[in-house]
Design a protein around this ligand. Structure first.
Ligand code: DGY
Length: 320
């Protein structure tokens, strides 16, 4: 009998078809709304594989209900939505989708950096709102990108890809990471520095670290106070890494110059969130990996990961 799997969101037909050749597939059909928790709890009761997104909390309670589950395949590189320890304890394999989204997420990180430095969104609104009456010397002036110092927190695949882009802009690249990366230092001319030095010296601070208990609230009022008044903070990793209340204060008081944020503590962000009232922030709805090609690759890789565990081939991209 084919193994049973549940897919927590509508994914492209070709990926569903591929999974249907090997498995009995059930799927939450809505593309815009996450599967309600009570539905998910019922659906996991008899499945062998769960294909999920970062919007689903795969916690111990859910895993307790999934008594025949063998694999959780997350269609994301980040897996902070999954209780890895509980899965490991139950012998459930967890997989993610690294690699395929690296360049796309680095592109978005750089786009956000440039948009924030050069006030692109603000300038576009200025024009559309009819505020453009004349050209004037200091109108909508921003920060230079070329030749600036970029500090990367988290030198993984995406950090490296951002550092590569920075070379084309003649930037000096500093980084901080759990471990030093001598190869990246040699190949990309990056310099490892202590966190405090990175915060003090950088014109742009890019957060590209995974969200873990160690990185939760990594950037608070204390860290923001070390940054230059002209500095820009970019976060395309996970919201919980930056304390949003402290970021709001730092931006409002012009303690730092601006921020470009793709990920938030609560997603979707509450429209009452004061960050959205500020001019010196560019906010995006978690679209780091959102190119058509990359999302297709992620969806396909998540399917391959799931099948490779269920059919005992050498499983790919295993976290536990
Ligand atoms: C991930 O994969 O973790 C991103 O946040 C979404 O692409």
């Amino acid at each position: 009998m084919k193994p049973k799997i549940y897919i927590t969101r509508k994914i492209p037909d070709e990926i569903v078809n591929k999974l249907e050749q090997e498995c009995q597939v059930r799927m939450w059909e809505e593309s815009e709304a996450p599967v309600p928790r009570e539905v998910l709890e019922k659906e996991v009761a008899d499945i062998d594989g769960l294909y999920c997104l970062l919007t689903e909390s795969v916690d111990k309670d859910l895993l307790d209900k999934a008594t025949s589950l063998k694999v959780v395949s997350n269609m994301a590189v980040g897996y902070n939505n999954i209780d890895i320890d509980a899965a490991a304890e139950k012998g459930i394999t967890v997989t993610n989708t690294p690699g395929v989204l690296t360049e796309t997420t680095a592109d978005l990180t750089f786009a956000l950096l440039m948009a924030t430095a050069r006030r692109i969104v603000e300038a576009s609104d200025y024009l559309k709102n009819g505020d453009w009456k004349t050209w004037s010397p200091m109108q909508l002036t921003g920060q230079d990108i070329f030749g600036a110092t970029l500090g990367i927190i988290g030198m993984g695949r995406i950090g490296e890809a951002v550092a590569r882009r920075a070379r084309g802009f003649d930037m000096e690249v500093l980084y901080n990471n759990r471990s030093r990366k001598p190869k990246v230092e040699e190949e990309l001319g990056t310099t490892y520095v202590a966190m405090e030095d990175l915060l003090r010296q950088s014109d742009f601070v890019c957060i590209l670290a995974p969200y873990t208990p160690e990185t939760e609230n990594l950037i608070t009022a204390k860290e923001l106070a070390l940054m230059k008044e002209t500095a820009i903070l970019i976060n395309t990793a996970r919201g919980g890494i930056v304390n949003e209340t402290d970021l709001y204060e730092a931006l409002k008081n012009k303690q730092i110059w601006a921020a470009g944020i793709d990920t938030f503590e609560k997603e979707p962000i509450d429209l009452e969130n004061p960050l959205l009232k500020l001019d010196n922030i560019v906010t995006l709805p978690h679209i780091g990996s959102a190119s058509i090609k990359t999302r297709m690759k992620m969806a396909d890789l998540a399917a391959d990961n799931l099948l490779s565990v269920l059919f005992s081939e050498k499983p790919q991209n295993v976290i536990v």
